[in-house]
Design a protein around this ligand. Sequence first.
Ligand SMILES: NC(=O)c1ccc[n+]([C@@H]2O[C@H](COP(=O)([O-])OP(=O)(O)OC[C@H]3O[C@@H](n4cnc5c(N)ncnc54)[C@H](OP(=O)(O)O)[C@@H]3O)[C@@H](O)[C@H]2O)c1
Length: 221
Amino acid sequence: MRPYVFVNVAASIDGKISDESRRQLRISCEEDMKRVDKLRAEVDAIMVGIGTILSDDPKLNVKSEELRKKRVLEGKKENPIKVVVDSKCRIPENAKVFDGETIVAVSKLAEKERLERIAKKAEVVIFGEERVDLKSLLVYLYEKGIKKLMVEGGGTLISSLLRERLVDEMFIYFAPMIIGGERSPTICDGKSFDEHIRFEIFGVERLGEGVLVHLKAQEAP
Ligand SMILES: NC(=O)c1ccc[n+]([C@@H]2O[C@H](COP(=O)([O-])OP(=O)(O)OC[C@H]3O[C@@H](n4cnc5c(N)ncnc54)[C@H](OP(=O)(O)O)[C@@H]3O)[C@@H](O)[C@H]2O)c1
C-alpha cells in the first residue's frame, strides 16, 4: 500500500516551472497561492526533490493561521510532514524545510558523516542504491500514517514518480506567460517515456489571471 499521491505545480503556458537560472519565480497568482495553501492543509505530508530545496529553499508550511488552527483542532500537527528526496544527502543543515517535522530520504550513496549531521535535524531514511527508491519510500510513508501526499516538484522528481506510475492526480496552474529556454525546468523533465502517460481532465477552471487544470491518472494500458 502507498499514499494517495497528487502533484501540484505552477507553470507558464510553455510548461516551464522556472527559467534557466532555476531560481524560484513568481508564476502563480494570489488566488492560486490560497488554493495551494488549502491543499497543503489537507495533506499528511508534502514531498519535494533536493533540486527544489537547493533552488528555492522553501519552508513548505501552511501559511494561513486559520488553516493551521483547524488542523490542530482535528488532532493533527500545525503543518504536514515534509519529505525531501535527496540521494546524496546534499541538503544544507540550515534549510528552511527543517522548520517542523521533516524526513530526508537518501540512498546508499549518501556519506555517513552527512547522514549523521542531518539526522540531528530530521528523520533520515535510506531507500535505494543510487537514487532514492520512490516505491519503497512511499510504502514506508504509508506505514508511518501518511495516507495523502502532495508533491510540489520539481520536474525531475515528478518525472520519476510518473514513470513509476505513482501519481494519482495532478493540479497544474498555467499562468498566461511564456518563460522559454530549452534548459528551463519543466513540469516533467528527465527522459521521455516509451509509453506516454495519459490523464483524464477532471476539471478546468479560470483562476485569477490563469487557468487551473485538474487531471486524474488513467490506468496503464
Ligand atoms: N513552479 C513550481 O511550481 C515549482 C515547484 C517546485 C520546483 N520548481 C522549480 O524546479 C526546479 C527544481 O527542479 P529539479 O528538477 O532541478 O529538481 P527536483 O525535482 O526538485 O529534485 C530532483 C533531484 O532529486 C534527487 N532524487 C533522488 N532520487 C530521485 C528519484 N528517484 N527520482 C528523481 N529525483 C531523485 C536527484 O538529485 P540527487 O541525485 O542528488 O539526489 C534529483 O536531481 C527549480 O528551478 C525550482 O524553482 C518550480
